[in-house]
Write a protein that binds this ligand. Structure first.
Ligand code: BGP
Length: 463
């Protein structure tokens, strides 16, 4: 039996834009806007409007989550739905009511709410009017929105998070064109990275004041997708490339969030390349003073990296691609449907890295999961027989447990996701849920993994 520490949180993660659907919309977010403009960019032409219908179904969905053993749910508030006037911060009453209902319903069902404030869903107006995350004004608006959330829901929410996967915002929106506005602009991506760190610190500053004034014992963190890079060979050029990739993909957010400063080496490289962000000493001090209490780690796959093949001269502008290339390691185990490598050992490496280099910060796995297409193939007796997902979770938990035994301060595991949900661009192609959603009828049923997860969570471990 592999037993986890007492009070280990067995959870699931989702997000507002991917689950709620059919929401009364005081504002559009970038995904609403993009889908309306170009439905063909989305798999099967399916957009975020329906998602898994959580807005209408939460009263049925939440008890089902409890049945799958989920004791904590990480979801997000949509800025575009909660705030009616994005400049003044005036709230939308229907939005406030909905999030109040959800939080209450979770608590009534014995599920601890973990609330994240931003899951890629920028209100499109803030992009169109101010340039989105390139603008420092938007970082102030974000902090004001965060403060509003603490005031509205802080009497019941004890676990807050500023951002989900800020690195994906750069990758998707400013470098590799998989999220709106589909730009290719390396220098802007660098500024956005800085501004997202700044926005997180500003929200944490507001949180601390709110916490003090309200005598609260809540905590705040951020959620990072860590993808440590392993070099293709021991050749110093490959090792150097992997070192840069880890700094760029992980440490650019991990270091400021936990240690309060950017990695000196990365700052020097960006400065030498003439693309370093604009910062002020006051902002850097704010980042230093407002580190996280807790870290959420989304882990899906590591990176395999080799020396770069791109010559800087072949690019019009600076891109991180001049420092490293991805490497398709022969023989690696792949989730073919999603195209991601499966290598649970990295979770152990992350545990040890956080223990040794980040002050053994309290952390939890805030997302980990397996996306599989056409799961109806595996239905028997009305239940998806997803043994592959159970094995995937077990293999990752073995490595996590090893990390905890070695002293890493991990206190939870959150599967992505509770109920099959809508995914950015992929729509419903890859399903991740412990609970199947028949999207034609919005009928939701536990998969085999849902029944198994309930046992796991009730036993605090597995045989
Ligand atoms: C993470 C995101 C989630 C979720 C998940 C699965 O990066 O935080 O929002 O979507 O990945 O990825 P996908 O839905 O693209 O298969």
């Amino acid at each position: 039996m592999l037993t986890f520490p007492k009070d280990f949180a067995w959870g699931a993660a989702t997000s507002g834009p991917q689950s709620e659907g059919n929401f009364h919309k005081p504002n559009q977010n970038v995904f609403d806007y993009w889908f309306e403009k170009s439905p063909d960019d989305f798999y099967d032409g399916v957009g975020p409007d329906t998602a898994s219908n959580f807005y209408n179904d939460y009263k049925k969905d939440i008890p089902l989550m409890a049945k799958a053993g989920i004791k904590a749910l990480r979801t997000s508030i949509q800025w575009s739905r909660l705030i009616k006037n994005l400049d003044t911060g005036e709230v939308d009453e229907a939005g406030v009511q909905f999030y109040n209902n959800v939080i209450d319903c979770l608590i009534e069902n014995g599920i601890e709410p973990y609330i994240n404030l931003f899951h890629f869903d920028l209100p499109v107006k803030l992009y169109q009017e101010y340039g989105g995350w390139e603008s420092k004004h938007v970082t102030d608006l974000f902090a004001a929105y965060a403060e509003k959330c603490f005031e509205l829901f802080g009497d019941r929410v004890k676990n807050w998070f500023t951002f989900n996967e800020p690195k994906v915002i750069l990758d998707g929106e400013y470098l590799y064109q998989f999220h709106y506005p589909l730009l290719v602009d390396g220098p802007a991506a660098v500024q956005v990275a800085y501004n997202l760190n700044l926005a997180s610190a500003k929200a944490i500053e507001k949180f601390k004041i709110w916490k003090e004034n309200n005598n609260s014992d809540a905590q705040i963190g951020t959620i990072l997708n860590l993808t440590p890079a392993y070099p293709a060979t021991n050749d110093p050029e490959d090792v150097k490339a992997a070192h840069f990739a880890t700094m760029w993909d992980d440490n650019m957010f991990l270091d400021p969030a936990v240690l309060g400063h950017f990695p000196d080496e990365l700052v020097k490289i960006l400065d030498d390349a003439g693309v370093l962000w604009e910062s002020t000493p006051e902002e850097l001090k704010l980042i230093e003073d407002n580190t996280v209490d807790v870290l959420g780690v989304n882990f899906y796959h590591p990176e395999r990296v080799q020396r770069p093949s791109v010559s800087p001269k072949s690019l019009q502008d600076w891109m991180p691609d001049i420092y490293f290339d991805n490497y398709e390691m022969p023989g690696r185990v792949m989730n073919v449907d999603k195209g991601w490598e499966i290598y649970p050992e990295t979770l152990y490496d992350i545990s040890i890295n956080l223990r040794d280099n980040y002050g053994n910060i309290p952390w939890f796995v805030s997302e980990n999961g397996m996306g599989v297409s056409r799961e109806e193939r595996f239905i028997e007796d009305g239940v998806v027989q997803d043994d592959y997902r159970i094995k995937f979770i077990q293999d990752h938990l073995v490595q996590l447990h090893k990390g905890i035994e070695a002293g890493s301060n991990c206190h939870g595991y959150f599967i992505w996701t509770a109920i099959d949900c809508w995914s950015w661009k992929n729509a419903y192609r890859n399903r991740y849920g412990l609970i199947r959603d028949d999207i034609h009828t919005q009928t939701k049923t536990l998969k085999k993994s849902g029944h198994w997860y309930a046992e796991l969570s009730n036993n605090n471990g597995f045989e």
